[in-house]
Design a protein around this ligand. Sequence first.
Ligand code: BGP
Length: 476
Amino acid sequence: MSFSKDFLWGGATAANQLEGAYDAAGKGLSVADAMPGGKIRWQVLGSDDFDWSIDEATYSYPNHKGIDHFHRFKEDIALFAEMGFKCYRFSIAWTRIFPNGDETTPNESGLSFYEQVIDECLKYGIEPVITISHYELPLHLAKAYGGWQNRKLVVFYERFAKTVLTRFHSKVTYWMTFNEINSAIAMPALSQGMVPSTGSRVQQNIFQAWHHQFVASALAVKIGHELNPDLKIGCMIIYATTYSFDANPINQAATMVHNQAFNYFCTDVQVRGEYPAYTQRLFKEKGVAPLDIHDGDLALLKSYPVDYIGFSYYMSGVQNVTAKDAETVEGNILGGVKNPFLEASDWGWQIDPTGLRIALNDLYGRYQVPLFIVENGLGAYDQVEADGSINDDYRIDYLAKHIQAMGEAVDDGVDLMGYTPWGCIDLVSASTGEMSKRYGFIYVDLDDHLNGTGNRSKKKSFAWYQQVIASNGEEL
Ligand code: BGP
């Protein structure tokens, strides 16, 4: 297997899940700051009268503390450098730059924080890879404007993107416009700042919000390329290879339709620059009327497609419309029919390295643009032994098999830019708001209530990943 010499090995995080310091240095509240931890997280977001209120007496808010990366980023980046990272994917919290989202003047303290993070990476020769918006919409834009269904957000995002691209384009080459843009179907609150009371259950609103995000994303590409044509600005989707339950053509067709709606719709627009041929039928089946598309929008989408596709890959799924009594498996986003050939994580995410080879070939065959796996990994409970060691062989096994599958895809001819496993340092889980669902090579001593020393220590996988990077993926 032959990864390119400049292959971007690294790790990925998101501001809201690790920085903490949620109200420091002029930062405003984001939608993630309003999400309580634990099982209540999903119940609250699914309730019709959820009003984004922050009631600290009733709930705990894990994202408020995170792992205090805001104050410990130098220590964390030094550990990434020790592992040999070539790149580090992180996000810029919109609310550190524009606390409410609709101001016209940016908060200099926020910009200077990210300048320090970027400089710290560059000091070690680590390429920053920045997600402009990763589940961190300013709460004010959700409450006062109803989230991305409101066209005004295009203007606010454009200002935010222009501010950070202008400030950092000479230091940062790799960007992504929105994290997992296609996740809105499952998580409209985090993804688009929309809750049921503002219409997130109405497909019309989700698609309208997507249109606004597509326009905003194209504007970011335009701004970035005008500043520096060498910037690489990607989209980012959650991709789950999806199999038909059986050879019944009815299930095969259902799989095709599911792929169009979930895996391909956003990338079709963002990479090809136009709404796909199946749009009318998809809208009809979902009860979506023609969208409000302004003059010039479609030309903008066509003129400014993304340079690459970033995607997360954790699991695969199964489509089945015929066998009503088929066994199901849980999973926060892609639960569904159980695949008897696969093991699942403790959270029901079905583990499928071969599915990653298929995903890479599917995406590359469809689009022929470079691909970047910007999230992958195993959320697991880790055990700290009496001597302080953490023997996470299960994580090494998961990652080794996925890297092996990546190598197969590279040998298949896929143009793969890099690999940044998710949560390279333990952080707050997006779906549960808890620390105990850990992904890191670096353990962080905090419990689900964010109590603990916060001290960092190296898991067994730390030295393993160090060797993977040093051998450019040869030694797994
Ligand atoms: C992706 C998100 C990340 C991250 C990851 C793991 O969907 O982009 O923010 O959290 O999933 O998910 P979880 O934390 O729920 O295990």
